[in-house]
Design a protein around this ligand. Structure first.
Ligand code: ASP
Length: 439
């Protein structure tokens, strides 16, 4: 049995956190490949090392003095090294970093040093081999991640090692230049390593006990989701439920490797299992609720629209021409509504409206602002009657006016549009009826 374990920044922010991590790793022999993030925040208001590196490099790039900022970063690592009683020195590494910053080695290189240095410290502390991600995670010249080449190089390199530490978040082009993934990208590295070593489980350790059924800023102490499928997760992540980087699913999904989200500060919690498919019933009919504010709808009316071939295409063309992507398009007999992100749309709205008139010749176009979209997601909905009915009666009881309803044909989710100001009440009423009422 092989496990790949990834630890997020808050799990590695201090020597004390490092000790918890080492205890977790030593508790099971199977935890053989370790992916560290850079040190995160130690307390509210603290800085993440990755942000400090970006800030420091921007000074270097502008030709300004960056010694003080780099010294602060160095102190963060020294505090960890001293706290763990390690005998290693990062002096040589910091000399190289200073020189590379002066030579303007690039923002990607700068940001990647957070994980790189943490990997060196982690490997020394565990007594595991350190494998620099720049040598095993490859990007194509286009900037795209090279999944197949990486899988081959990484698989070969790790096949000879029974234990290793591979820093997250970065890799390199064929010529050796470092490139990072987008923010939070260590989750992706963990997934890539899990695929390469054909792990049985990819454990992703963070500071929450898994995905929660609803946002804890809205619902007090929501329950954690026990098991969620990749597809359900995709729906919830799209609506803003963020614990795992969205792209982290793809590498493990190809091999059917389950992801287990765990809490470093509460290792006894089971966390959330993310799987391809399961016959395990979810505890409740719904798996999760997520949503986002800040949408607006463009409502278009035209008599006899239903029989006009190409009408929808012409309307969408108006959005495409202005470079605006749409989120949802519910339609009626003589109406069609396009949901877009308000902040993307606001500057271009009049251009889009006149384009709709020019291209599609509607009777009227009406814009409604400050809307929220809520996704109620659950594989259990398919086989349960009355789910939609229960959602809408809950919303009616909470006095929430429903502006839009969209159920995908997968029956995996129902999307509801409400006014921004009703957002919290709507989520609370849905949580109440499906979770609290079932307890
Ligand atoms: N350290 C990087 C960030 O802060 C990557 C990661 O933590 O996953 O985004």
């Amino acid at each position: 049995m092989k496990k790949v374990v990834k630890f997020g920044g808050s799990s590695l922010a201090s020597a004390e956190q490092f000790q918890k991590v080492a205890d977790i790793i030593h508790a099971q022999e199977e935890r053989r490949y370790v992916i560290p993030s850079a040190p995160g925040k130690r307390f509210d208001g603290d800085s993440k090392v990755t942000d400090m590196l970006y800030g420091c490099y921007h000074l270097a790039e502008a030709g300004e003095d960056f010694e003080k900022e780099l010294a602060e970063i160095r102190e963060r690592y020294q505090e960890i090294i001293d706290g763990l009683g390690l005998q290693i020195s990062l002096d040589g590494e910091f000399d190289i970093i200073t020189k590379s910053f002066r030579e303007k080695a690039g923002e990607n290189y700068a940001a990647s040093r957070g994980e790189y240095l943490n990997g060196i410290v982690m490997a020394a502390y565990l007594g595991y081999e350190f494998v620099d991600a720049a040598q095993v995670v490859r990007f194509k010249d286009s900037g795209e991640f090279d999944a197949e080449l990486t899988n081959q190089i990484l698989g070969e390199r790790l096949s000879g090692l029974s234990q290793a530490v591979i820093p997250g978040f970065y890799g390199a082009y064929g010529d050796g230049r470092v490139k990072t993934f987008s923010r939070g990208g260590s989750d992706i590295t963990g997934s890539i390593v899990a695929r390469a070593v054909k792990a049985d489980i990819y454990e992703n350790w963070t500071d929450v006990s898994g995905f929660l059924i609803a946002d804890p800023r809205i619902i007090e102490n929501p329950e954690a989701i026990e098991t969620i499928t990749y597809r359900e997760l995709r729906e919830l992540s799209y609506m803003g439920a963020g614990v795992l980087h969205e792209d982290a699913i793809f590498p493990v999904r190809r091999e059917g490797i389950p992801i287990n989200i765990r809490n470093t500060n509460k290792p006894e919690d089971e966390g959330t299992w993310i799987v391809e498919s399961t016959c395990q019933k979810s505890k409740y009919v719904i798996t999760g609720i997520a949503g986002k504010k800040g949408f607006c709808s463009v409502n278009i009316e035209k008599a006899m629209m239903n029989s006009e071939i190409g009408f929808g295409r012409k309307v969408l063309q108006a959005f495409e021409d202005s470079g605006i992507s749409f989120e949802h398009v519910p339609s009626g007999i003589d109406t069609m509504t396009i949901f877009v992100h308000q902040d993307e749309f606001i500057d271009k709205e009049q251009k889009v409206v006149s384009a709709i008139h020019r291209l599609a010749d509607p009777d009227s176009v009406d814009i409604e602002a400050d809307l929220a979209l809520i996704a109620v997601v659950g594989r259990g909905m398919k086989s349960t009657r009355g789910t939609a009915g229960r959602i809408f009666s809950a919303l009616a009881h909470a006095n929430v006016n429903v502006k839009m309803i969209d159920q995908g044909s997968s029956e995996l989710n129902i999307i509801i549009g409400v006014a921004d100001e009703d957002f919290e009440a709507a989520i609370a009423s849905i949580y109440d009826i499906f979770v609290v009422a079932q307890l």
